[in-house]
Design a protein around this ligand. Structure first.
Ligand code: WTA
Length: 702
């Protein structure tokens, strides 16, 4: 309870948080989620791993975890140095202040936010992920099992073969003048050449910037303009399900756009994926475009390693935030390497003979940390799937599980919900007896989907690791360690080693015990991003200024009486559609670019399969009439600016938008209209024109 000056200071702080994130209870979906959640959750439901499972688990009790966790937060330097020592370092890191191996300031009030781990240490993540295993005599182990879009089309690479492929590409890139620190853009489908490209960049110290191959030419061009690569790596095309997508055409369009902005990409290295789009059907620009298969195989299969500093940049990955422009999240080498490898090992209880399948695309962080780096650093065998879970039918995933005897299966709730709709039969048709551990990522998993995943897919035998983390965190933050403690459907359970979550109230104060609030993290961990590409100020204002002294995740969260964490969704203007982060501001700016659109406001709404759908309120220019054609062309504007995955599910015609007298859009009201909760609109008397609400309600189904 605040009084006097303290109260005013708290209020001023609250206002700044409100401005930045629209966090006030009166106008935030998140705040509502923080309060609403939990009501439908059956608190007492628990699942305990079997004795058989626990007998081989790396961490088999909460006590064992607690002892390790205590060490990890009381003496993070010693804890992480011990783990880091199991990797290869060309030169050991510097220690400072006696034996401090990391420096951190995450408090914007003190100084510039600056985080470093293992600084001065020289290593290479590609060397640790590949050469190290080959040198240890494991070169014959399968690294990747590739399953094509169509059943029966597959491929595999041993660690030795993978290393050779990576070396050839590394040699080519180096020969073409790509140097340490140079950015390389990658716009490719899930062929093995995608992780090969990432690893080749890492080998020569180049910074990879993978752009998900579902983004549009315009979105790709923005990302290219932000990181200025001289090289773009792509593919002629890809087949996904029954569709053919001509990726090279999209890249051509993007490169033309960047040229108009005065930037020229030197080389577009294109992998000919003949099964989708043949060479002769691919547009070509002599001098700029090069066929991958014409040049790369000519290079030697061995290539020198570029030893880089632990704090040298490994990659950029763009992600959506509250404002329009995507953020180039920057990860460095040493801490990310140690963190992704360690989280992978413990959260999936990884053993040497596991066969691991992660359904993520390398265009997102999960494909970086848990399809490529984390598993390969552990020497794991990884299944890579080019296709989609329901092609040719809803049993495809389980067919693949049986084909490769997958033991660890990691996917997103949206996939689980969509498969759940096809019933149990396509699952039960396949044995799945190899499965040991299941994983979930991308959004809160609703308890009913969790149940189905656990009971039907896992035959009530496989623990589910519901891993909460973000592009920014590099790796898992809150996650079960399978076998270590009972699971509760819908809870990500407890923090990983070294992670200190704090639930914070609107005044920026940490609250304890059973509570709900904004999820923050108290101290640095090795895998966290170091900055946003070219904009350290934005890094500080977005993540460290809202709650001073903390890293702010943007998520709401509740902690229960067992200390378990329950994530409740974003509290900022980010929507999570099928596990893909989309900024409402990005969709709005795409809509507003349409010549007949005057204004747009976008909110999320509950969607049975996607988790959240995109709901757009659109005000047209004076005199323009509503039509289905216009609706389609507005949706198309979003496809063009961002990509098909961001296409609005609903366009709601809005003669006016509900605004305060100062002109701020009251999204709370729009969210209620989108959710059809018309009796919960709340106080609308502060609107400049309360009449717009009735107009909107009238136009609901128009
Ligand atoms: C959400 C994906 C609840 C969350 C790895 C976060 C989750 C955002 C979970 C990050 C989970 C991810 N439970 N929510 N297990 N995993 N989220 O950057 O809102 O694409 O802030 O990283 O996804 O999305 P991103």
């Amino acid at each position: 309870h605040h009084t006097g000056g303290g109260g005013l200071a708290a209020l001023a702080h609250l206002n700044s948080v409100r401005d930045m994130f629209a966090l006030n209870a009166a106008d935030s979906a998140g705040a509502a989620a923080v309060v609403d959640d939990g009501a439908e959750v059956e608190e007492e439901e628990r699942e305990v791993a079997s004795d058989t499972f626990r007998s081989t688990a790396l961490i088999s009790s909460r006590e064992q975890y607690a002892a390790m966790y205590r060490r990890s937060v009381e003496d993070p330097d010693v804890f992480w140095a011990e783990i880091a020592s199991t990797f290869y370092w060309k030169t050991k890191w510097e220690t400072r202040d006696g034996n401090k191996i990391h420096s951190e300031n995450i408090d914007v009030r003190k100084a510039r936010v600056a985080i470093e781990w293992f600084k001065g240490g020289r290593t290479n993540i590609c060397y640790n992920a590949l050469d190290r295993h080959v040198e240890a005599g494991k070169g014959g182990k399968i690294a990747f099992l590739w399953e094509g879009n169509d059943p029966g089309v597959d491929d595999k690479l041993t660690y030795k073969e993978l290393l050779e492929r990576v070396c050839q590409l590394a040699n080519y890139l180096r020969d073409q003048g790509v140097k340490k620190g140079d950015a390389v853009a990658i716009y490719m489908p899930m062929l093995l050449e995608l992780p090969i490209a990432m690893l080749a960049c890492a080998r020569i110290g180049a910074v990879h910037s993978v752009v998900f191959a579902g983004f549009s030419a315009e979105a790709l061009s923005q990302r290219i303009l932000d990181c200025k690569p001289n090289f773009v790596l792509t593919t002629s095309g890809v087949r996904r399900g029954s569709k053919v997508i001509k990726l090279k055409e999209i890249v051509d369009d993007a490169l033309e756009r960047v040229l108009k902005e005065g930037f020229a990409v030197g080389t577009c290295l294109t992998y000919a994926n003949d099964s989708a789009v043949k060479r002769e059907d691919t547009a070509w620009q002599e001098g700029r475009d090069v066929w991958w298969q014409d040049v790369v195989p000519k290079y030697p299969k061995e290539s020198a390693v570029e030893w880089v500093d632990a704090e040298d940049t490994l990659f950029l990955l763009y992600t959506s935030g509250s404002t329009g422009k995507p953020k180039g999240v920057l990860h460095t080498t040493g801490g990310y390497m140690v963190y992704t490898a360690t989280t992978f090992k413990y959260a999936f209880d990884y053993h040497d003979d596991d066969i691991y399948w992660c359904t993520a695309d390398c265009g997102w962080i999960t494909g970086h940390s848990y399809l490529t780096y984390g598993p390969l650093l552990n020497g794991a065998t990884v299944v890579v799937f080019e296709g989609v879970p329901n092609y040719p039918d809803a049993g495809r995933c389980w067919e693949i599980v049986d084909k490769y005897k997958v033991t660890i299966f990691y996917t997103a709730p949206t996939a689980i919900r969509s498969l759940m709709r096809s019933g149990d039969e396509p699952v039960k048709r396949h044995s799945r007896k190899s499965l040991r551990v299941l994983g979930s990522v991308g959004e809160p998993i609703n308890p009913s989907a969790w149940r189905w995943y656990y009971d039907v897919v896992g035959d009530a035998r496989c623990p589910i690791s519901d891993t909460w983390w973000q592009t920014e965190t590099g790796g898992f933050m809150i996650t079960p360690l399978p076998g270590a403690w009972p699971l509760k459907p819908g809870s990500a359970t407890l923090p990983f080693f070294g992670v200190q979550p704090a639930i914070v109230d609107e005044n920026g104060h940490e609250i304890s015990g059973v509570c709900s609030g904004y999820l923050c993290i108290k101290a640095a961990w090795p895998g966290m991003m170091r900055t946003l590409q070219g904009d350290h100020a934005r890094y500080e204002t977005t993540y460290f200024a809202p709650f001073k002294g903390f890293y702010f995740s943007g998520d709401g969260c509740r902690r229960d009486e067992d200390g378990y964490y329950w994530l409740t969704g974003r509290v900022d203007d980010v929507i999570n559609v099928s596990g893909h982060r989309i900024g409402t501001a990005e969709v709005e700016s795409a809509l507003v670019s349409h010549p007949q659109c005057a204004e747009a406001a976008v909110v999320g709404f509950d969607h049975e399969i996607k988790g959240q759908g995109i709901y757009a309120f659109v005000t047209l220019l004076e005199g323009v009439d509503y039509s289905e054609q216009l609706r389609a062309s507005l949706i198309n504007a979003v496809r063009t600016h961002i990509g098909a995955f961001a296409a609005p599910d609903k366009i709601h015609w809005a003669p006016g938008l509900p605004k305060t007298r100062s002109g701020k859009i009251m999204r709370r009201i729009l969210r209620k209209i989108a959710a059809n909760q018309l009796d919960e609109l709340g106080d609308i008397s502060t609107l400049a024109d309360p009449g717009v609400v009735d107009q909107l309600i009238d136009l609901r189904d128009k």
